[in-house]
Ligand binder design. Structure first.
Ligand SMILES: [Zn+2]
Length: 302
């Protein structure tokens, strides 16, 4: 076991860069985590993705602004150093940071939760999250591999817990939480309907199902992780989405679609088959990663 642990540790270090991305959409170049944070935190121009949903994230990491008659919802905070960029993007679109009433999170990892503490302070918003991620969020710790500490992030207090299947209402915005644990114990996929050109469309904000740095065999901090992943794949495969949105740009070909947007043309973000394809690719990737971790333990154990 000692060798296997050591090998996993080495893998963890070199995989730091692939952290949330996994092999579904690998980051091409190696470098230090500081380098990758700089790359991930490059500023990006905010825009309306589809009626009433605005991209306000960085070039790599998503943050979503959903305004309503009664204030706005903001999903995800990217990295700690992304908070000022997200706030600038909100203002650039003509909205106010102080108008954000509800702050949500896809999952408790440094690249999606890091900016939340500052965003909460500056907006005065209520932070709503799932119980499964509460401890990670409130301690700012990476749970998934006990020897990885450099993925910690500023802690943030959860003001209100959301239940699985519960809908959060703000004005005419209705966001439903679907617990899809595995990537983190409280990984939450959010869905909402929008009206676009007289048509109702289902939008999904996909949490994540990559293995990334998670230790599957065994995971002392997260028992049951394998069953959770498998259950989430099954559940995600039953969701319907006309618009598939995620939290890393390559998961949903963000900038390619942005470049293809035309005022009168069909919205390239509408693709009813994309969620299903993504889930199946990710499920296959998970089973392969699990088999790899299994065989690396077997090789190391005489
Ligand atoms: Zn993650």
């Amino acid at each position: 076991m000692a060798k296997a642990t050591h090998r996993l540790k080495l893998a963890a270090q070199s995989l730091l860069l692939l952290f949330a991305v996994g092999s579904v959409a690998p980051v091409q170049s190696a470098g230090s985590s500081a380098d990758i944070r700089t790359v991930w935190n490059r500023p990006a121009e905010p825009f309306e993705v589809i009626d009433g949903i605005y991209y306000v994230g960085t070039e790599e990491l998503a943050a979503w602004l959903i305004p309503s008659e009664q204030g706005a919802v903001l999903i995800d905070g990217a990295l700690e150093e992304s908070a000022p960029l997200i706030e600038a993007n909100i203002r650039r679109l003509g909205f106010k940071v102080e108008d954000v009433r509800f702050l949500l999170n896809s999952h408790a990892h440094f690249d999606h939760s890091g900016g939340l503490a500052q965003l909460k302070r500056d907006s005065g918003a209520q932070f709503i999250a799932s119980r499964g991620d509460q401890v990670a969020l409130e301690t700012g710790r990476y749970v998934g591999f006990e020897s990885v500490a450099d993925l910690n992030f500023p802690p943030i207090k959860v003001d209100r817990l959301i239940a699985d299947g519960e809908a959060l209402m703000l004005g005419s915005v209705r966001l439903t939480a679907h617990f899809t644990p595995g990537h983190t114990a409280g990984c939450t996929t959010w869905t909402m309907p929008v009206w676009s050109r007289g048509q109702r469309l289902d939008v999904v904000f996909y949490c994540s199902t990559s293995v990334a740095l998670n230790r599957l065999l065994p995971n002392a901090q997260y028992p049951g992780i394998i069953d959770d992943y498998r259950g989430s794949f099954t559940r995600l495969a039953t969701l319907h989405a006309d618009v598939f949105l995620a939290n890393h740009k390559d998961f949903f070909r963000l900038w390619e679609k942005r470049a293809a947007m035309r005022p009168e043309g069909p919205n390239p973000f509408i693709d009813a088959g994309e969620l299903g394809r993504f889930v199946e690719a990710s499920r296959a990737e998970f089973e392969k990663d699990l088999a790899d971790q299994q065989s690396s333990i077997e090789t190391a154990t005489p």
